[in-house]
Design a protein around this ligand. Structure first.
Ligand SMILES: C[C@@]1(CC(=O)O)C2=NC(=C\c3[nH]c(c(CCC(=O)O)c3CC(=O)O)Cc3[nH]c(c(CC(=O)O)c3CCC(=O)O)/C=C3\N/C(=C\2)[C@@H](CCC(=O)O)[C@]3(C)CC(=O)O)/[C@H]1CCC(=O)O
Ligand SMILES: NC(=O)c1ccc[n+]([C@@H]2O[C@H](COP(=O)([O-])OP(=O)(O)OC[C@H]3O[C@@H](n4cnc5c(N)ncnc54)[C@H](O)[C@@H]3O)[C@@H](O)[C@H]2O)c1
Length: 215
């Protein structure tokens, strides 16, 4: 399995099952997509901005929901394996991706796995264990969250720096080396704690570059 990133902006994600797992997936996708959760009952959890539809569809009903909402992704998170299988078939017939919460085996084409994710925009880290141990994915996610604090700021800092260096007469190789030096510098990571303008100056010092006043 190879991780890819997928932009769900303006897409619909259709979730079957309103238990803790359906709620977690709804929250996750509602950060970017329009999410509809169909379930006869809803756990006492946060579902983000998802639309909740109280209904217990059978296999035909599941297909009708998939046809009506034209989702980019269907999440099958009910406690009924046959119904989850029906959701998988309906999604696949419509060319939608499918995530089965009750299956960690070999995945067929169009089936996707949701990894544990650390976000510090614009940086994303994803952890998966090939379905062996989601608990380990969660644990690693929690440790990585602490370890990579500031990664978003580092990405913005070096993104700006790269643009600035492009405007100089540096060669591409020199620019690459300079950016690599900055991302590997403990001093710059530490300086990020005290704000980005300080970090920007430290980055300039580390690569011996006289920065202009853009950013
Ligand atoms: C990462 C995360 C993302 C998310 O779901 O948001 C996620 N599971 C999380 C938590 C978690 N899940 C489970 C536990 C209990 C402890 C344990 O069993 O380990 C815990 C931990 C807890 O709750 O503390 C049980 C479980 N999970 C699956 C099954 C079915 C099966 O294995 O067949 C069962 C057994 C059900 C049973 O008991 O029968 C299946 C899947 N779960 C996946 C992802 C995919 C594989 C990812 C990977 O390769 O690691 C996959 C294959 C499909 C999918 O759902 O995409 C999320 C952490 C979010 C976070 O970061 O906080
Ligand atoms: N991926 C994961 O991280 C993970 C973790 C634990 C369990 N699981 C698996 O995912 C499934 C869901 O986990 P859970 O803890 O949320 O279970 P749960 O039993 O608490 O919730 C299942 C939900 O499905 C709903 N449902 C039942 N019939 C339905 C229908 N016809 N249409 C729509 N919804 C229907 C129920 O009302 C309930 O809200 C479990 O059965 C298990 O196989 C996955």
């Amino acid at each position: 399995m190879i991780p890819l990133l997928h932009d769900f902006t303006d897409e619909t994600v259709l979730v079957f099952g309103g238990g803790p797992v359906g709620a977690r997936k709804a929250r996750r996708f509602a950060a970017e997509a329009e999410v509809v959760v169909v379930s006869p009952e809803f756990a006492d959890r946060e579902f983000g901005s998802a639309e909740l539809v109280r209904e217990a569809p059978d296999a035909d009903g599941v297909r009708a929901w998939v046809e009506r909402t034209e989702p980019a992704l269907v999440v099958a998170a009910t406690d009924d394996a046959d119904l989850n299988a029906a959701a998988e078939t309906a999604a696949s017939d419509r060319g939608a991706l499918v995530n089965r919460a009750d299956d960690h085996g070999e995945q067929s084409v169009g089936n996707v796995v949701v990894p544990a994710t650390v976000r510090d925009d614009p940086v994303t880290l994803a952890v998966a264990t090939g379905g062996h141990s989601p608990a380990l994915s969660k644990h690693l996610r929690e440790s990585l969250e602490a370890q990579f604090a500031g990664a978003g700021d580092m990405a913005r800092l070096t993104g700006n720096l790269r643009e600035e260096l492009k405007a100089t007469d540096m060669t591409a190789t020199e620019r690459r080396d300079a950016v690599r030096t900055v991302v590997r510098s403990d001093e710059v990571w530490k300086a990020l704690d005290s704000g980005r303008s300080k970090a920007r100056q430290v980055a300039a010092d580390v690569i011996g570059y006289q920065m202009g006043d853009t950013s």
